[in-house]
Design a protein around this ligand. Structure first.
Ligand SMILES: C[S@@+](CC[C@H](N)C(=O)[O-])C[C@H]1O[C@@H](n2cnc3c(N)ncnc32)[C@H](O)[C@@H]1O
Length: 252
């Protein structure tokens, strides 16, 4: 399967700039996470595949806990901001640098489809979480790809995501095979742009790995088609993107 190279010059900077989340989105996700996994008793959290730390310091606040950001790309880590109660480590999910049972929660945002060995990551999560500890997976799945308006205009991108994104059932099966108990699953719609101009501007920043992996020609072609469609929409059209959230528990 094609792999996104996060070490390529410029990728980390683009990601940090293009994927920044407004307070409104962070508030939405805080409420979603706290409802799924109440923060009481949570002391140690890992943000696995933390990238540029978009959620790492925020997780320390959401759960009132210490957070370890785990990230294999040195360039992504270099863009991650230092913060109280946050430590970063250069490592992959397949070999978590934590002792057994040390974690209360592991948070995996937009990283599952990047794992070279998801079964090994799940084994590592099982080893690292205390009994009753939770994994929160925030991800795109194949079932929700039609909710990303831009993908209609990037057929090569849609084909790529159809190959690399897990189905909901496959993701659940991987965690269950690794000894986890499947808990809640929620579909969340996050507002990504107010108005077609803002949406095109966001897609043009090319911060999404699907778009990074296209040829420049395919990207420009899709952008032109997206712009043409956006010109037919009302200026107040609001754009949402879907994401699935899963919770898995380590047995007590
Ligand atoms: C789309 S970014 C998501 C970053 C962050 N979690 C967020 O939501 O903003 C995916 C990240 O996963 C990292 N990654 C890729 N393979 C990984 C692995 N095997 N273990 C942990 N992280 C990995 C990449 O380096 C990249 O920083």
């Amino acid at each position: 399967m094609e792999r996104m190279d996060y070490e390529r010059p410029g990728v980390a900077e683009t990601y940090a700039r293009a994927r920044a989340l407004p307070d409104e989105a962070l508030d939405l996700w805080r409420d979603v996470l706290r409802a799924l996994v109440p923060p009481a008793g949570i002391v140690r959290v890992a943000d696995v595949g933390c990238g540029t730390g978009r959620f790492t310091a925020w997780l320390a606040e959401v759960f009132d806990a210490a957070v370890l950001g785990v990230e294999p790309s040195r360039r992504m880590l270099a863009a991650a901001p230092a913060a109280p109660r946050v430590r970063y480590v250069n490592a992959a999910g397949e070999a978590l640098p934590v002792r057994g049972g040390a974690l209360d929660v592991a948070f995996l945002s937009l990283v599952y489809h990047h794992f070279t060995d998801p079964d090994q990551v799940v084994r590592e999560l099982r080893r690292s979480l205390r009994p009753g500890g939770r994994v929160i997976v925030r991800t795109t799945t194949r079932e929700i790809l039609d909710g990303f308006a831009y993908l209609r205009f990037f057929p090569e991108g849609l084909a790529l995501d159809e190959r690399r994104m897990p189905t909901r059932a496959a993701l659940r099966a991987t965690f269950e095979a690794g000894g986890f108990v499947a808990g809640a699953q929620e579909l969340v719609h996050q507002r990504v742009a107010r108005g077609p101009i803002a949406y095109v501007a966001r897609i043009r920043r090319r911060g999404i790995s699907t778009l990074q992996q296209l040829s420049d020609e395919a990207f420009e072609r899709g952008l032109t088609a997206l712009e043409a469609w956006c010109r037919t929409l009302a200026p107040e059209h609001v754009f949402f993107h879907p994401l699935d959230v899963f919770v898995f528990a380590a047995p007590c």
